[in-house]
Design a protein around this ligand. Sequence first.
Ligand SMILES: *Cc1c(COP(=O)(O)O)cnc(C)c1O
Length: 433
Amino acid sequence: MSAPRRAVHPKSRKLFQRAQAVLAGGVDSPVRAFRAVGGDPLFIRRAAGACIVDADGRRYIDYVMSWGPLIHGHAPRGLVRTLAAAAARGTSFGAPTELEVTLGDRVRRLMPWIERVRFVNSGTEAAMSAARVARAATGRDRIVKFEGCYHGHADPFLVKAGSGALTLGTPTSPGVPAATAADTLVATYNDLGSVERVLDEHHGAVAAVFVEPIAGNMGVVPPAEGFLAGLRALCDREQVLLVFDEVISGFRASAGGAQGLFGVRPDLTCLGKIIGGGLPVGAYGGRRDLMELVAPSGPVYQAGTLSGNPLAMAAGLWTLDRLTPRLYRRLARLNATLAAGLADAARAAGVPLQVNAVGSLLTPFFTRAAVRDFQSACTADTAAYARFFQGLLARGVYPPPSQFEGWFLSAAHTERDIAKTIAAARETLEEMG
Ligand SMILES: *Cc1c(COP(=O)(O)O)cnc(C)c1O
């Protein structure tokens, strides 16, 4: 057994040294630092289509795609032109623009359960604001989330299950007050019984259940048959709001998101990533009566200096206007080919691998166990993933630098990219097996 090839990246390494002297931890978001896979992070110089080029001039087929927003690939020409034209008209006004109305209209047309929408600047802001609205609407403080689901880094969501019989959450980060975490209750993904128990135990105290309708932040985990509909029924029974965090699945699972795909109605929806086409945008929206609680029509305060930014709105509009059925068919085909190719390569090499794939998302988990929740995701061998990652990177493929992330396909990925990726995976897995 030989160690996987490991490339050197002298310019990225130098940049990371400089970065560590000026940026906290050398990066602006932790996963970028490659801590989960080892080695120095690549600094990216430019990108086009499905390819990124690092500071050392090496090219990679990209499966990070900015963690999801780039469903049409990097720097599509039409988007670049649209952005240039928008910038020439002014980059920010702090006043309403037609672009916000038009994009809001597009969102509503694609997700009809969003009767009113508010644009913000990130998925974090969307989830934080949706929690505030849910609490205001119900007069209750507690929220339920699922272990392994991510809703951004606002305090109420940086919470894991408490120990013992208590279902009250405990902080996953210092700096989150214990009192805040105690208002977050943690249930098990794909386990309606766990939700029922939490709602029973905290009857009359829960404002909302937050869920990623397709989990993407413990690696990709699709909802089990009936799970989302079951959540809807439980929430109706307990008069609890159901909030779909579609920051990843929105406009990716289908043009209408997971709610369109599965036909389950959330009361509120959080959006991000694709909705900004690679610029910083988030949004939350839903039932009109709930959204009218938000200032200025209602008392729930939420604001943003750059919210509805015209460049971001223009990018979102360009992106949403190109979500054709053909695009989703093509993405699903490529994803199925990639998933099957990875699974076959692992089988041939005798490496245990479970590939979870849905739509244009997949995660290869290095485990024998079926992955359907956080606990089973945690059976994955993260050291094996790290070796797989390094082997692919050395062969010109850039997968997410963590086992517990989704791989993202885009319109720019080709059959040839997929074939090259499978070949690189086959070589790497043979070395590992
Ligand atoms: C990325 C993500 C967020 C946070 O979005 P940011 O724009 O990074 O703040 C929230 N929820 C889900 C499901 C996400 O994947």
